[in-house]
Design a protein around this ligand. Structure first.
Ligand SMILES: Cc1cc2nc3c(=O)[nH]c(=O)nc-3n(C[C@H](O)[C@H](O)[C@H](O)COP(=O)(O)O)c2cc1C
Length: 314
């Protein structure tokens, strides 16, 4: 795969009126608050970065340990630690305009009003072109995640959509809901410009010496290579049954450690690829994945990687 080709396949991803230079997106909460991973890698080689999820008020998050290496991947229960939207807008958002890649602002909340307040503040920030709604947060009213049931998701998205005057809306769903197709259909009906599939999967790791959970909070989000086939199945089902008939792109996210993992996502129906845990292993992996995906698409005889989206043979 080290050969040079005269004409390399185009890697651009069209997202409404916006274009990503390539499909590799650094996933929410895994590349810094505002792309600090750019100190270690050249963000010119990345399609987009996603900010840490931001809430209305600042949050300390959970006590340590809240990120733990796991032999099958990674466990985290950070508890949405962040500085809150006012500080984010004053101190982080102004950096977005000078980052050499598209910036996706990630929004979280515990009430609909909180989501709307954060989303509309981010929408006004120059340089934040897309807003990702992280619906894997519990609603303080009933303790259920906003993304857990399509009805609640609809209520949330119907409030957020009009607040986004300048930015595209990406809805990030969790696999915890089981079959995510009804949730994906709801997001599309509510005007999502893209879907991110998936967030971490709830897991539990126990220290067999102390008999205590390894994370302070007990249950946490499991990510990394082991969740990849689950995420590929979900992307495939949502593409086949929900988005193929629309032009809404999927950001396949979950366990991409190699370019082949990313290529599987494309064949299953993803137009872009989110990478999180792999950046903790080696921050250069996303750049390598982008380059090798291009070589793969070129060797497949394609003018553009987009020709391979959903091209799995059934
Ligand atoms: C340490 C860590 C922090 C995360 N923080 C966020 C976050 O703030 N917002 C969010 O939407 N997802 C967050 N995620 C989930 C990732 O964006 C991604 O959806 C998930 O880890 C699956 O991808 P991966 O297997 O490539 O890591 C976090 C994941 C990890 C490992």
């Amino acid at each position: 795969m080290g050969v040079q080709y005269g004409h390399m396949a185009s890697m651009e991803v069209q997202l409404g009126k916006r274009v990503l230079r390539n499909p590799v997106v650094l996933a929410g909460g895994t590349c810094g608050v505002m792309g600090e991973i750019g100190d270690a890698i050249d963000l010119n080689s990345i399609g987009a970065i996603t900010t840490k999820s931001i809430t209305k008020e600042s949050r300390k998050g959970n006590e340590p340990f809240r990120i733990v290496d796991h032999h099958y991947g990674m466990m985290n229960a950070i508890g949405l630690a962040n500085e809150g939207i006012d500080s984010f807008i004053s101190n982080q958002a102004p950096k977005a305009i000078s980052l050499p890649t598209v910036v996706i602002g990630s929004v979280a909340g515990h009430t609909i009003d909180e989501y709307v307040a954060v989303a509309s503040a981010m929408d006004k920030a120059q340089g934040i072109e897309l807003i990702e709604i992280n619906v894997s947060c519990p609603n303080t009213a009933d303790g259920l995640e906003f993304g857990a049931c399509p009805k609640q998701l609809q209520t949330l998205l119907q409030e957020i959509r009009p607040a986004l005057q300048n930015s595209g809306m990406i809805v990030k769903l969790s696999a915890a809901a089981g079959d995510v197709r009804p949730h994906a259909a709801t997001a599309v009906d509510c005007g999502a410009d893209a879907l991110t599939l998936i967030n971490t999967i709830p897991g539990l790791a126990i220290n067999v010496e102390t008999k205590e959970p390894v994370l302070s909070r007990g249950i946490g989000g499991f990510s990394g290579g082991a969740i990849h086939p689950i995420a590929v199945r979900i992307v495939h089902e949502v593409y086949r049954d929900v988005t193929q008939s629309t032009s809404v792109p999927i950001f396949g996210t979950g366990g991409v450690m190699t370019w082949q993992d990313a290529a599987e996502f494309v064949l299953a129906g993803a137009s872009a690829i989110g990478i999180g845990t792999a950046s903790f292993v080696n921050p250069r992996i996303p750049i390598k994945v982008a380059r090798k995906l291009q070589t793969w698409a070129t060797l497949q005889g394609c003018n553009a990687l987009s020709e391979l989206v959903g091209a799995m043979r059934c």
